[in-house]
Write a protein that binds this ligand. Sequence first.
Ligand code: HEC
Length: 108
Amino acid sequence: MEIFKQGEAELQFEDDRKNETITLTMDPVKGKVVYNANCVSCHNNDPKKQGSIDPQIYGSSKELLSKKINYGKYPKNYRPKRSKKVMPLMPHLDKEIKNLHAFLNAPS
Ligand code: HEC
């Protein structure tokens, strides 16, 4: 998506550093846009609340988001809040995971 181009370049840089720190290169506002467009059909508008068919996901780690969105899997030793496999894979959102992570961990 054209409007995300700039962000993607910045995110790539963050990728190389492989840390979980929320920095200014991650944009929780962008993350919210991505969340609203792709996640709220199942998850609650407010990620701190239970969704229509899904658990609340506020506080999700980057690793959890990446495994779940790209592979439908969970980090090692992670106990899923639901054991079903209903959520579709959305690997095209891989580049937005940093922003989603920032949004889902933003203090409110
Ligand atoms: C079609 C419905 C649907 C959509 C769309 C969806 N999810 Fe889910 N999600 C689920 C369901 C149902 C689960 C419970 C596990 C399962 O069935 O896969 C889940 C589980 C999760 C979990 C794991 C929660 C935990 O701690 O166990 C995360 C993280 C998550 N979703 C994030 C997202 C994000 C981010 C998006 C948008 C990019 C999204 N989901 C879009 C239905 C959905």
